[in-house]
Design a protein around this ligand. Structure first.
Ligand code: RFL
Ligand code: PHB
Length: 390
């Protein structure tokens, strides 16, 4: 088989890239290791920046988002029971975010892809990129016991943190920067009305908690837990008890409990690979970088990578100019490092770092006091949360 761009991974990065290229008349095949149902069963992000919403509009995948997405003009920071609303719209000249699950974004992109008849190969085994340093890159994979090969002009590695693309690059060609945090987030999804109309990020002496949502009838709640904990240690009752203890009292009283639809623990990590281009291979999304979820930036960063990469590829095929793909790595990384900074900072301010000592705890309190007393400090949070410009 031959295609122009072979995309590895059918997560949001790969699907969005495929759709933007298809709209521009560029042929792309997507290879995905898992089944479509498995990809849709992963519960992840919930907060979309307007940059991502605009890309989904361009991709022709925003009808349901426009109907069902919840526009949020602010969110709340709580610190040991004290609460401070960050008014996103007032502080950023009218901007906002949209609450709409990554699962739904993925479903909309999959449906759009199926409607235009483009090729996605699910349950592709042993996907391997070859010869991306030369002029004739290829990707091999196995399906139903038979080995296949796709010849292409470019390979887009959109296969997440554990994917094969980044691992295929020679060690000397890539620099990797990493920080792992000594805790994870235990998340619970339930069909109960959210405890609050807006998201609440809560610092508490027992650990961080986040009250988020997917709709007006479906809540997504998280608590900070030690990495040694297992999901089996947490019954739904135990989760809700602990979650309520970490929230301001008036909110805790409004928490409605119900059986979990999903419960999982995610480790927290900051990670960046540099550069993002190796000959004919590009990395995008979680394949290239990871942020701790505290700033709600992972999916949004994947979208900005796809924006830069798709424009570069479209420029290449339409105008014969390599300028956009040559600049892809540096343009994307400039935005990635700023989102890494914001996510690291939000994580540092809001979580319990027991080993860091009393001084670090006082610094967290001083950060919160500063935010509650300075419009400049609150504006810094707001402009990062709604998303820096592409
Ligand atoms: P994905 O979603 O990991 O998709 C990669 C796809 O590649 C496939 N794959 C392979 N395919 C072929 N061959 C191989 N060898 C392969 N290896 C892997 C995988 O099966 C998968 O389908 O990466 P992508 O597309 O770059 O998307 C990134 C986002 O998923 C991620 O950044 C966000 O979910 C992060 N995130 C959040 N981001 C936000 O912007 N806002 C949020 O509110 C937010 N909340 C979150 C989050 C992530 C979380 N977890 C679980 C890590 C909350 C949580 C709890
Ligand atoms: C979510 O709803 O899953 C969510 C929202 C905000 C975050 C992280 C996760 O910062």
């Amino acid at each position: 088989m031959r295609t122009q761009v072979c995309i590895i991974g059918a997560g949001p990065s790969g699907l969005l890239l495929g759709q933007l290229l298809a709209k521009a008349g560029i042929d792309a095949v997507i290879l995905e290791a898992r089944s479509a149902d498995y990809v849709l069963s992963r519960i992840r992000a919930g907060v979309l920046e307007t940059g991502l919403v605009e890309l989904l509009e361009r991709a022709g995948c925003s009808d349901r988002l426009k109907k069902e997405g919840l526009v949020h003009h602010g969110f709340c920071l709580a610190f040991d029971g004290r609460a401070q609303r960050i008014n996103l719209s007032d502080l950023t000249g009218g901007r906002s975010v949209v609450v709409y699950g990554q699962t739904e974004v993925t479903r909309d992109l999959m449906d759009a892809r199926a409607a235009i008849g483009t090729v996605t190969i699910y349950e592709a085994e042993d996907v391997t990129p070859h010869d991306f340093d030369g002029s004739r890159p290829r990707v091999s994979y196995r399906k139903d016991g038979i080995t296949h090969e796709i010849e292409c002009d470019f390979i887009a590695g959109c296969d997440g943190f554990h994917g094969v693309s980044r691992r295929s690059v020679a060690g000397a060609a890539i620099a990797q920067f990493e920080r792992a945090y000594p805790f994870g987030w235990l998340g619970l999804l339930a069909d109960v009305p959210p405890a609050s109309e807006e998201l609440i990020y809560a610092h508490h002496e027992r650990g961080f908690a986040l009250a988020s949502m997917r709709s007006t009838t479906r809540s997504r709640y998280y608590i900070q837990v030690p990495l040694t904990n297992r999901v089996e240690d947490w019954s739904d009752d135990r989760f809700f008890d602990e979650f309520r203890r970490r929230l301001p009292e008036d909110v805790a009283e409004r928490v409605v409990t119900g059986p979990s639809l999903e419960k999982s623990i995610a480790p927290l990590r900051s990670f960046v690979a540099e550069p993002l281009r190796f000959g004919k291979l590009f990395l995008a999304g979680d394949a290239a970088h990871i942020v701790p979820p505290t700033g709600a930036k992972g999916l949004n960063l994947a979208a900005s990578d796809v924006h830069y990469l798709s424009s570069g590829l479209i420029e290449y095929y339409r105008e014969g100019s390599a300028g956009g793909i040559d600049n892809y790595s540096s343009r994307a990384l400039a935005r990635i490092w700023k989102a890494e900074r914001f996510s690291w900072w939000m994580t540092s301010m809001l979580h319990q770092f027991h080993e860091a000592g009393d001084f670090a705890a006082r610094m967290q309190l001083a950060e919160f006091d500063y935010i509650t007393s300075s419009t400049a400090a609150a504006t810094t949070i707001a402009e990062n949360y709604v998303g820096l410009p592409f």
